[in-house]
Design a protein around this ligand. Structure first.
Ligand SMILES: [Zn+2]
Length: 118
């Protein structure tokens, strides 16, 4: 786990300054569209990025996704539904915050965001 934390931390700090805000804004937009039921392809088109990039925005860096999925044994942490392609929810929007990340199905991922808006 130490390695994953360090890698995520390094990645988080290494991004060029100035791009971070727009990246975060796009991440928020991607999540918003996803919650409304848009497919990865539709989100990619709306944001003008690749599908790969959309997946990365929704899941965080791959090593973080793999870690969170492994920890959850590939099951939604709310309903235990088995999924190989789940969502990683970060309450703070920070994927380096491993202890608070959750592996969720589409339904519970959307629910988390609705809870946050209240
Ligand atoms: Zn679920």
């Amino acid at each position: 786990m130490g390695n994953v934390t360090q890698t995520a931390e390094a990645k988080r700090k290494s991004g060029p300054k100035g791009t971070r805000k727009s990246t975060l804004a796009r991440m928020e937009k991607a999540r918003e569209l996803k919650i409304k039921g848009a497919t990865t392809g539709e989100i990619a088109k709306a944001l003008g990025v690749t599908r790969q990039r959309v997946l990365q925005m929704l899941r965080g860096p791959r090593e973080v996704f793999n870690f969170v999925r492994g920890r959850a044994k590939s099951r939604c942490q709310q309903c235990s539904f088995e999924l190989s392609n789940g969502n990683v929810y970060s309450p703070s929007g920070d994927y380096g915050d491993l202890a608070r990340l959750e592996y969720l199905c589409d339904e519970h991922f959307a629910l988390r965001y609705r809870e946050r808006e209240r």
